[in-house]
Design a binder for this molecule. Structure first.
Ligand code: NAD
Length: 477
């Protein structure tokens, strides 16, 4: 059965469909999905525009109930939805279920936020005048998401958009439509009025572009690659609309001589290779001071031997396949580039055969890398990391910050002085001490700086900044 797009409260088949394939087993078709056209996208935008006046004035209890019901259903179906996610994206079942739970927690959090909407009342600078500062919804929000977090990223954009009274046109990544379809179905059945949330699955160059070109979208929130982010930015400037970009990373993980070796290795392996290295917060630059370097590299090799790379759904798998063939080619190309540049491939990097045809790659660790190499400067987005040897903490910090990106930054140290200095001086939106660079909470701000992000933070109460616009009202007493 073809899963359809949701436009103005109706499930619409469209004229074309596409298949989603399981990267652990390319014989397994996860589902068939309707491919929206540019006209479908325009119809969805018109529906969202028409639904905005009523939804923006809807009662907070109505919004709370819908978001709460959605959270409850996602959490109740976490095993089934987590399995769907692992089948379509290739992350392990544990990771798939974990991400699904996070999506449920996000809807639960924003259900609560509906009940905590507040403004400020201030005295005016002039006598007998009162000033009220309130937050109002922005209008129609366009949501464009990548493939690597198929349920969490849609959740952390859709939940606040609806909570603060906006209507939505949502375009998920073409590789992973299943989880997106499932949460839209849940929200629809939870009682959203028609047109408030519209789903348009399909090609970025068609559906996404129609969204960028529409003067009726008041704000676009985008997570994906730098190249597409730049297009979102240019089109948004053209239409004078609000926009928010979360893009690539080249996140450093620093290991100092005084680090607890097992803490450092555990955090580095998680940062670099878990979720197959396909996290924007993954670390692919492991910056190690010379006193611990050789012990650290040896311990990494031992730890990596214990990793099971296999079908995402199999019990005991630590790392699933790469998401598709084109990403696999990108990963192996960078492994070849690393070798040509003179880095030493110390471990892994081979294609693996498993019981089913899939995109299996042994995680790769380079040593003797420099920060000038392409493998240290460009986002690979796979299980490929490079160790860069440095003299001391000062050089480690300089190398960590020497990148066009600035999403997440980690350090392994037992020194309070270095941990404190690193937290203050790392040029990143998120800093992790003795923890992996990836793996964040759902109720606190998420985002980066420099080339990684643009606009205000996502998640937690900070999300209000993007999904609302501030009004200042003056009244003569
Ligand atoms: P992508 O840029 O190829 O696609 C992202 C989305 O944009 C997809 O839905 C795609 O269909 C759409 N799109 C493509 N062309 C478009 C166009 N012309 N107009 C409008 N929309 C268009 O990225 P991807 O390959 O899906 O995701 C991987 C990237 O996402 C990586 O660079 C990764 O670092 C980044 N990412 C960043 C974060 C973060 O929070 N910083 C989180 C996850 C992923």
């Amino acid at each position: 059965m073809v899963q359809k797009n949701l436009i103005d409260g109706e499930w619409i088949a469209g004229s074309e469909a596409f298949r989603s394939i399981n990267p652990s087993n390319t014989n397994d078709v996860v589902g068939e999905y309707a491919r929206a056209s540019a006209d479908d996208a325009r119809a969805a935008i018109a529906a969202a525009k028409a639904a905005f006046p009523a939804w923006s004035r809807s009662g907070i209890l109505e919004r709370h109930a819908i978001l709460r019901k959605t959270a409850d259903e996602i959490l109740a179906r976490k095993d089934e939805l987590g399995k769907l996610l692992s089948r379509e994206e290739g992350k392990t079942l544990v990771e798939g279920i974990g991400e699904t739970v996070r999506a449920g927690q996000i809807f639960d959090f924003f259900a609560g936020e509906c009940l905590r909407l507040a403004g400020e009342v201030l005295p005016s600078a002039r006598p007998n005048i009162g000033v009220e500062i309130t937050r109002e919804p922005v209008g129609v929000v366009g949501i464009i998401t990548p493939w690597n977090f198929p349920i969490a990223i849609p959740a952390w954009k859709i939940a606040p958009a609806l909570c603060y009274g906006n209507t939505v046109v949502f375009k998920p990544a073409e590789l992973v439509p299943g989880s997106s379809w499932a949460i839209v179905d849940i929200l629809h059945r939870a009682g959203l009025p028609k047109g408030v949330l519209n789903l348009v699955m399909g090609k970025g160059s068609v559906v996404g572009q129609a969204m960028l070109d529409s003067p009726d979208i008041s704000a676009i929130t985008f997570t994906g690659s730098v190249g597409t982010g730049k297009r979102v930015a240019a089109a948004s400037v053209e239409h004078n609309r609000k926009y928010q970009l979360e893009m690539g990373g080249k996140n450093p993980f620093v290991v100092l001589d005084d680090a607890d070796l097992s803490v450092a290795v555990e955090a580095a392996v998680n940062s670099a290779f878990f979720s197959t290295g396909q996290r924007c917060t993954a670390s692919s630059r492991i910056i190690v001071t010379e006193g611990i370097h050789d012990r650290f590299v040896a311990a990494m090799g031992e730890r990596m031997k214990g990793l099971t790379i296999d079908d995402a759904l199999k019990a005991g798998t630590h790392i699933g396949p790469v998401v598709d063939e084109s990403q696999l080619n990108q990963d192996t190309d960078y492994i070849a580039i690393g070798k040509q540049e003179g880095a030493k491939l110390a471990f892994g990097g081979e294609l693996l055969k498993r019981d089913t045809p899939g995109f299996y790659l042994q995680p790769a660790l380079f040593t003797e890398a420099t920060n000038a190499m392409r493998i240290s400067r460009e986002e690979i987005f796979g299980p490929v990391a490079a160790v860069i040897r440095v003299r001391d903490y000062d050089e480690a910090l300089a190398v960590a910050n020497d990148t066009p990106f600035g999403l997440s930054s980690g350090i392994a140290t037992t020194s309070l002085k270095h941990a404190t200095h690193f937290k203050r001086n790392a040029e990143a939106g998120m800093v992790m001490v003795n923890l992996p660079t990836a793996g964040v909470d759902f109720h606190v701000p998420f985002g980066g700086r420099k080339g990684s992000s643009y606009g205000s933070r996502e998640q937690g109460r900070y999300a209000a900044e993007f999904y609302t616009t501030v009004k200042t009202a003056y009244t003569l007493a």
